[in-house]
Design a protein around this ligand. Structure first.
Ligand code: GLN
Length: 308
């Protein structure tokens, strides 16, 4: 088994890296076992290779952002979404309270301001908060190819400390970027972040992006191809927050991280990659995850700017 052996060796090599801390601002996440470690490759034909804890569940957190952006673009069309959320890298932390001056529009859908707005746009028509969460859960499940569920404890734990996201949502409401009750939208966004996934699921979700929006297992076309191009482009320029430039040059794979320790990358026409390790660096990206992706990229020549 060449690929699983390769993955197992890569995990062994990063195991000694114990720098960083699990996210502290969500108490339930701070309690996570920091030694969990897994990596999986999902091919666009549906084959999955993995090593380590690839069937351990954790919350998706910000890795939901590109997928809900995809759903909103697909449900509403491009124009209404782009009118509310831009596509420019912010160069700032994920939870920065920064909005485009004048319009109040969030700079991109990968930072919280943008993702909270995008959450409000899920669904072909205006939905109530409960229906919207259902649409989000259904959509994330379609990307994964299995029915996903929510971790209520993580969600409640984050909501108790969601003052920063509430502040962002109130700013968005002030600028009429959001038109509903900010608390209801942050509640829905937090539920979106609390969906449970495994490293295997994340690899398959990334492979759905790599496979033109069609889930390799179910064969379902989850979102159309132009939406995938848009989403991967934004992941490339904004997916790693204020580390996006380092990532683009050193790893060169459209990617997205989450504060529970997940990290995904999607290479169009080739592969979906996911890693899981809860200790985070100062940008909120998984320390071992970043180092695994650096290795995968250089060992296999995965940088999108390199001729394969
Ligand atoms: N739910 C988290 C938040 O909004 C997600 C952040 C992340 O994964 N980077 O703060």
């Amino acid at each position: 088994p060449i690929i699983p052996d390769y993955l197992a060796e890569a995990l062994r090599d990063v195991e000694p890296h114990t720098s960083g801390e699990p996210a502290g601002y969500i108490p339930e996440l701070a309690a996570a076992d920091p030694e969990r470690l897994g990596a999986a490759f999902a091919m666009i034909d549906g084959e999955v290779y993995g090593a380590g804890d690839i069937d351990t569940e954790f919350t998706i957190q910000s890795i939901s952002k590109p997928f809900i952006y995809a759903l909103a673009l697909s449900d509403r069309g491009f124009a209404p979404v782009l009118a509310k959320v831009g596509v420019e890298p912010s160069g700032e932390a994920f939870n920065e309270i920064s909005l485009e001056s004048g319009t109040g529009r969030p700079l991109n859908p990968m930072i919280n301001a943008g993702a909270i707005t995008v959450h409000s746009l899920a669904g072909v028509e205006d939905l109530n908060p409960r229906e919207r969460v259902e649409r989000v859960l259904h959509g994330l499940s379609a990307f994964a190819g299995r029915r996903l569920e929510m971790d209520e404890a993580v969600c409640a734990s984050e909501m108790e400390h969601a003052h920063r996201n509430l502040a962002i949502a109130h700013m968005l409401r002030n600028h009429n970027v959001l038109t509903e009750d900010p608390r209801a939208i942050v509640d829905g966004y937090t539920r979106q972040c609390s969906v449970l996934v495994t490293t295997r699921d994340l690899a398959m979700m990334a492979a759905t992006l790599a496979n033109r929006g069609t889930n390799p297992l179910s064969g379902e076309q989850v979102v159309p191809e132009p939406v995938v191009r848009q989403v991967l482009s934004v992941m490339f320029s904004c997916g790693m927050y204020d580390a996006a430039g380092d990532w683009a040059t050193q790893v060169g794979i459209p990617a997205k991280s989450g504060v529970a320790g997940g990290l995904i990358g999607a290479l169009p026409g080739q592969i979906g990659i996911a890693t899981f390790s809860p200790r985070l660096d100062g940008h909120g990206n998984s320390v071992r995850g970043v180092s695994l992706f650096e290795r995968f990229s250089s060992d296999m020549g995965l940088h999108v700017m390199e001729v394969p």
